[in-house]
Design a protein around this ligand. Structure first.
Ligand SMILES: Cc1cc2nc3c(=O)[nH]c(=O)nc-3n(C[C@H](O)[C@H](O)[C@H](O)COP(=O)(O)OP(=O)(O)OC[C@H]3O[C@@H](n4cnc5c(N)ncnc54)[C@H](O)[C@@H]3O)c2cc1C
Length: 426
């Protein structure tokens, strides 16, 4: 049995009841491989439209990045409007840009509609470490307002000190359409909603082989699902051998998270008085927020190739103390690693392997909102309205240069370059 990693989220999960393992043959309209946000969002949108869905999960619902992430509802994609407009044809760019707030809206709708208890709090801050980053945030505000977000506020140095108790930043941008959630509890709530609508979920059921074509089949050790459509949503946790063409498109990366012991109410409010979440604007960014029980949950760093570092606390504690020196002696209660999938363009990869097999992957570290959008677009596509799905599916995705063995060191080198630029504010 593969259980959730020992994280703050697993320790505070609402539902510990397990779904059954797949045994024997099952039929479905759509078989989804992976019960992270990509698979769950797809399953829920499809079930709402009347599709008979089956989700197959290797371990537990939310076992991957979904049950381990920073919980930050960050709008847009890992590449924002400025890059999208420079890079893609105007009609494609505008289609992508028109969807940048939809994933966050879907999350809030889900929480309200299915009454999901996942500690949702509104408000997220992008924090600038230098004036170049601040200028970029000013431009971002203009782009986002142009696309209809009227809940943005630029923060000068005094302004950001009112919302984040540190001297580390020169300013920031507050997005009240951002916010934070307990991601594992959101995932568990979405899973329950799928089953209420007649969908079926099987845990401890890794898919070991797939047959594509007009009547796709997914095989597990003890069973198989015959479906009209197959959706691969294993992201960084999809075994390389299952569909090698997907593995070649992106690189799995690890990022680490720690959670402190509960802080007193005064200590917690001194760090984040309005309970907003924060991510800084560096290429290798730090992200943090308070939990419902007043712990600081702090993440950062990237390990290319998704190796587990020797000591997560030794890696993350200096970053946390650089922002909040007052936490020097605080105890760390939980630390864990999660893997995300990095694409060369840093745009997500949605597409088809043939007319009946689809995939959703590669959110490049910003996937909480985009996975929710992905599920809606997939459900639209399978219902015969593929225009918005195809805005993503037609994006060109080149492989990382250097062949299999050079990909990871070259990517790390590229990241070191951007990280140095951040430090020098270039
Ligand atoms: C530590 C960390 C912090 C992050 N913080 C943020 C954040 O604050 N905000 C944000 O927007 N994004 C964040 N992200 C990114 C975000 O979590 C991901 O983009 C998102 O959760 C991806 O969801 P997914 O469903 O595509 O993949 P996953 O959640 O990884 O789910 C894939 C699932 O597929 C299953 N699976 C794989 N192969 C098989 C198989 N063969 N058979 C059956 N099941 C299979 C896995 O077990 C897994 O459960 C973070 C990521 C990490 C790792």
């Amino acid at each position: 049995m593969t259980e959730h990693v020992n994280s703050y989220y697993a320790a505070t999960a609402n539902r510990t009841l397990a779904y059954p393992m797949l045994e024997g043959e099952v039929e479905a309209d759509v078989c989804i491989v992976g019960a992270g946000f990509s698979g769950l969002s797809s399953g829920l949108h499809l079930a709402e439209r009347g599709f008979k869905v089956v989700l197959l999960e290797s371990a537990r619902v939310g076992f991957g990045a979904t049950g381990r992430n920073g919980g930050q509802i960050v709008n847009s994609y890992s590449r924002d409007v400025d890059v999208i407009r420079k890079r893609y044809r105007p009609e494609v760019a505008e289609s992508l840009c028109s969807m940048i707030f939809e994933g966050g809206d879907i999350i809030r709708e889900r929480i309200a509609q299915y009454n999901i208890d996942c500690a949702h709090r509104p408000g997220g801050v992008f924090a600038a470490l230098n004036h170049k980053q601040m200028a970029e945030l000013e431009a971002q505000k203009g782009h986002w307002e142009g696309l209809g977000n009227d809940q943005l506020e630029l923060l000068d140095q005094d302004g950001i000190r009112q919302v984040v108790g540190t001297e580390a930043y020169v300013g920031g941008l507050l997005d009240k359409r951002g916010g934070h959630i307990h991601p594992l509890n959101l995932a568990l709530g979405e899973a329950e909603a799928i089953t209420q609508l007649g969908g079926r979920i099987f845990e401890q059921s890794p898919v070991t082989r797939i047959e594509k074509g007009a009547n796709p089949v997914a095989y597990t050790e003890h069973g198989r699902v015959k479906a009209k459509y197959l959706v691969l949503a294993g992201n960084a946790y999809l075994p390389g051998g299952l569909e090698p063409s997907l593995g070649r498109k992106a690189i799995p990366c690890g990022t680490q998270v720690v959670t402190t012991a509960p802080l007193s109410e005064d200590q917690a409010r001194a760090l984040l008085p309005q309970n907003y979440c924060v991510e800084d604007c560096n290429y290798l960014l730090d992200y943090y927020r308070l939990t419902e029980d007043n712990r600081l949950l702090f993440g950062g760093g990237v390990v290319y190739g998704a190796r587990e570092p020797d000591s997560i606390e030794r890696l993350i504690r200096p970053k946390m103390e650089a922002v909040f020196p007052q936490l020097k002696d605080v105890q760390i209660d939980y630390s864990w690693t999660g893997n995300f999938l990095l694409t060369y363009s840093r745009m997500p990869q949605f597409g088809r392997l043939d007319d009946h097999t689809y995939y959703l992957q590669g959110y490049s570290g910003h996937g909480v909102t985009c996975t929710h959008l992905a599920g809606r677009l997939l459900a639209e596509a399978l219902s015969g309205q593929a225009e918005r799905f195809d805005a993503f599916a037609t994006l060109p995705h080149i492989r990382f240069p250097g062949g299999r063995h050079l990909q990871i060191p070259l990517t790390a080198l590229g990241a070191a370059y951007y990280s140095l630029r951040d430090k020098l504010a270039l």
